[in-house]
Design a protein around this ligand. Structure first.
Ligand code: ADP
Ligand code: MG
Length: 634
């Protein structure tokens, strides 16, 4: 074939591949356009997963009738003139690619009117070809209706997921912008049902109430900090959850740069979660809504066609301000023991040691090690002051000190701790429990309960030494195995609620739960549609009402494939979630009888030594170790 310049419609279709991946990408572009047009109100309607029809209307400035056709030309934009402008972008759009791309792969109607015009205009385009242009009366602003996405590119259609999945991707995008622009009133109808509404008062916490419910929104901690001036200015604002409120996925991290939503991946996600260091359990993630404001010239937003990634000119500094401001919010929140501040010299040791856990050898019935997997480890707090240890004599081995000094040097020393590692003999390795033995063999030694420490750990003894048992982890194991048994017999114990509970969740979570109502029923949940919320009439026995919102949020995450996608995965994940939410918590005082009962139940478990997340339920300090500690033996 001779070389030819592509027909404009073909070129547009190819370009569309970059910008328009799925209905949610269209929603993103059109919301951005609405915001750039100064809209105070954006209404979104989704039908057939957004593939059949999307309608996005705003009350922004509108497009002058003389410019509408140009707006649909490639690289036509009112937001950028010369290449240098790229370094001072204050609008969300600038590439001038969205409208032509969308129009080239759908049947599009655009209805728009500016303030000064008496009559608006309606434009119809199909597959990039202008079909009709008619004057029509309409209110100020712009409405886009996009029908039959990819009708002319069937291959692309095949890549789309189910309507429900596409709708939930749209929900996620709208949620992002609603959080970034609390002063804009958003509504979203999915298949005719109100899925999201914010009131547009400009108060972020109020938008969060609309999305995550009053209970969660009330507890979020404000983040507010500003460093530097002019080109060097970095400002971080928003809200983060206290360490006690977590989620099982990163789906609740909303990060914006100059109010542009970006993917909370990589370094940014790391820095946010690192600010919670030691406050979050493995696999748990905070809720965060954070806007990072920098000088427009200090960030490159043009490194990705969907503009969902950015590059900071001075990334280490931005990251350090980000981490520090979250840390400040958390410490200010009063829930956290403050760490050494910048002024103080770093503490050589804190009352925290890292226990190194040993695998069972195959001879002991453990699985052979799968190299090069790292040994699972866990940090626990020891009681009392750390005693100075004699390295060799005590049997303790120091691990390399973990000290994280932020790159720019002026940030506080968040942690400068040296951990001591201890070879705990006979300690179960999390995730490497020995295979189930014949029931006759006792799985746990007989334990005598001594008491409870820190309202969290049960202390017990056996002839081997002292056992420290994490009451929550232990009960989780018991609940997990009970639920697994009941589930295997399709007999999950259900508990009707005298007062049906109304639970508010993010729209996409709510939707996915309603779609999986039957599956949920097999787990003991009876849920119904209750407008913008869910009504719950029955729950699996043991779940407390106050735990219901977070349990359901987590199950929704599991169902949406966050963290694992195959049905077996998410069933397993739901099991783990339920086990967690039906178990006694850390911080709960237990009587001797209750502790005894828990240990009896634990003894009957198949894998009593680890919780369903793979963390240990117990740690043994053997008699020889105790003796070494006290210097009785070397
Ligand atoms: P970009 O946003 O990158 O400029 P688009 O293709 O998204 O490119 O839009 C092209 C132009 O159409 C915009 O620059 C703007 O002038 C106009 N436009 C698009 N959507 C709207 C809207 N909702 N309200 C007013 N003007 C709009
Ligand atoms: Mg745009």
């Amino acid at each position: 074939m001779p070389i030819q310049i592509l027909e404009p419609t073909v070129a547009a279709q190819i370009a569309a591949g970059e910008v328009v991946e799925r209905p949610a990408s269209i929603v993103k572009e059109l919301i951005e356009n609405a915001i750039d047009a100064g809209a105070r109100r954006v209404d979104i309607e989704v039908r057939g997963g957004g593939v059949r029809e999307l309608k996005i209307s705003d009350d922004g400035c509108g497009i002058p009738s003389g410019e509408i056709e140009i707006a649909f030309e490639r690289h036509a934009t009112s937001k950028l003139r010369v290449a240098d402008d790229l370094w001072s972008i204050a609008t969300l759009g600038f590439r001038g690619e969205a409208l032509p791309s969308i129009a080239s792969v759908s049947q599009l109607t655009c209805i728009t009117r500016t303030q000064d015009e008496e009559l608006g205009t309606e434009l119809r385009i199909a597959g990039g070809e202008l079909q009709a242009r008619t004057p029509r009366g309409c209110s100020r602003g712009t409405t886009f209706i996009i029908r039959n996405l990819f009708y002319n590119v069937p291959v692309r259609r095949e890549f789309l997921r189910s309507e429900a999945t596409e709708a939930s991707a749209i929900s996620a995008i709208v949620t992002q912008y609603a959080l970034a622009y609390p002063e804009v009133r958003f509504t979203m109808l999915i298949e005719g049902r109100l899925a999201l509404r914010t009131n547009g008062t400009g108060d972020l916490r109020e938008s969060l109430v609309d999305m995550y419910g009053l209970d969660v929104a009330r507890q979020l901690l404000p983040v507010e900090s500003e460093h530097g001036e002019g080109f060097d200015r970095v400002q971080v604002r928003g809200m983060v959850s206290p360490p006690g409120i977590t989620r099982g996925s990163r789906g609740y991290l909303h990060v914006f740069v100059n109010r542009r939503a970006i993917q909370p991946r990589g370094q940014i996600a790391f820095v946010i979660e690192e600010a919670y260091h030691t406050m979050l359990m493995k696999g748990r993630h905070p809720i965060a809504v954070l806007d990072i404001q920098v000088h427009p010239g200090a960030v490159d937003v043009n490194i990705h066609p969907t503009k969902s990634e950015v590059k900071f000119r001075d990334s280490p500094r931005v990251m350090s301000v980000l981490g520090r401001s979250i840390r400040d919010a958390l410490i200010g929140g009063g829930e956290v023991r403050p760490w050494a501040d910048a002024g103080e010299p770093p503490q050589p040791e804190v009352a925290q040691r890292r226990f190194e856990l040993r695998r069972f050898s195959p001879a002991e019935g453990g699985e052979p090690a799968r190299q090069p997997e790292p040994l699972p480890e866990r940090e626990i707090e020891l009681f009392g002051e750390p005693a100075p240890f004699e390295r060799e004599a005590s049997g303790f081995r120091p691990t390399p000190a973990i000290a994280r000094a932020p790159a720019d040097g002026d940030a506080p020393q968040l942690r400068a701790e040296s951990f001591l590692a201890l070879d705990v003999e006979d300690t179960p390795a999390p995730g490497y429990a020995p295979p189930p033995r014949p029931p006759a063999a006792p799985r746990l030694p007989e334990l005598r309960i001594i008491g409870q420490v820190g309202l969290t750990y049960i202390i017990a003894e056996s002839p081997e030494g002292m056992y420290m048992i994490d009451q929550h982890a232990a009960h989780e194991r018991v609940s997990y195995e009970r639920l697994m048994r009941q589930r295997g017999q399709s007999d999950i114990e259900q508990q009707g609620l005298l007062m049906p509970q109304v639970v508010e969740l993010p729209p996409q979570a709510q939707q996915v739960l309603l779609e999986n109502r039957d599956e949920l029923a097999t787990w003991g949940f009876a849920v119904e549609d209750f407008g913008t919320a869910l009504q719950v009439r029955a729950v699996p026995a043991g779940i407390t009402v106050s735990d219901l919102p977070s349990a359901l949020a987590e199950i929704a995450d599991n169902l949406m494939g966050r963290g694992g996608s195959t049905p077996a995965d998410w069933r397993e994940a739901i099991l783990t979630t339920l086990a967690c939410h039906t178990s006694i918590r850390a911080g709960q005082s237990l009587s001797l009888a209750e502790m005894r009962e828990l240990i009896v139940q634990l003894e009957q478990c198949e894998a009593p030594r680890t919780c369903p997340h793979g963390r240990p339920t117990m740690i043994l300090m053997s008699i020889p170790q105790l003796e070494r500690q006290f210097g009785r033996i070397k």
